[in-house]
Write a protein that binds this ligand. Sequence first.
Ligand code: PBG
Length: 308
Amino acid sequence: MILFDRPLRLGTRGSPLALAQARMTARALCDTHGWPDSAVAIVTVQTSGDRIQDRALAEIGGKALWTKELDRALAEGGIDFAVHSMKDVETLRPAAMRIAAMLPRADVRDKLVGADSFDALPDNPVVGTSSPRRAAQVARLRPDATVTLFRGNVATRLAKLAAGEVHATLLAAAGLDRLGQGDVGITIPVDTMLPAPSQGAVGIETLADNEAVLAALAAISDADTFDCVMAERNVLMGLGGTCHSPIAALALVDGDRLHLRAEIISPHGQETVRDEARIDRHDSDAAQAMGRSLLDRASPALRSLFEG
Ligand SMILES: NCc1[nH]cc(CCC(=O)O)c1CC(=O)O
């Protein structure tokens, strides 16, 4: 049994979804290791991503805004590990950080909230999202739609929808489920909207040299989730690491291999390049090659979104 002589400090953002995911992680650790609840202390860290609500993420510095402050707390020893939505964790991470574990993945799909289907939306619908992927997929399904920037946490977005600012919005089923709002919205099949890489997965990061914490975290990690999410992240790597362009990827366990699907889409949905393959579980090269092959087959205009 792994024992620590003090409570482990779990670092998290303070949004309701982040806190729900932090509590799930603390629960899994205490249950798995037979620790009392007091063995894990939840430490809330405000991130720039939470502070800046009025601009698109891509515009103000991307996913680093969700992790920067937690990275610093980890590096400075203020927390022992950080819990993240893997979707919000940059592809390239500092060498000192290690993704040590992932909780079993939740529903990977998106939900449409505000209408029963894309067809049921009125003519020229206004759809709120801040995700370039969702915006492009909406434009592909409904070329008459106007997509408006829609940031803020899940509750804020639902309030904006309720206030009539938009006809519909899209949210991850995983987030709604974890907030106890699983009855909100209509689930969209992955064939219609392939999800974001890592959607629905909660990951736990610690310092690469913290062996005791790495071991404690490894004990709660779900290997299927870990391998699938890593394959999806490797697609991103093949596409050039950090970028804010419309990308979707999903890996599912298929026997002893992974079924990996990915697509890139032009911002207004006219062009989609997709690929799928069965790959070995730990074949990071094959997943990265899929990312590169999407770029190779894209038009120069679409490819240029992924350069620089
Ligand atoms: N970028 C925000 C974000 N990050 C993770 C989730 C949902 C939970 C998940 O996908 O794991 C959400 C909200 C959403 O996309 O609706």
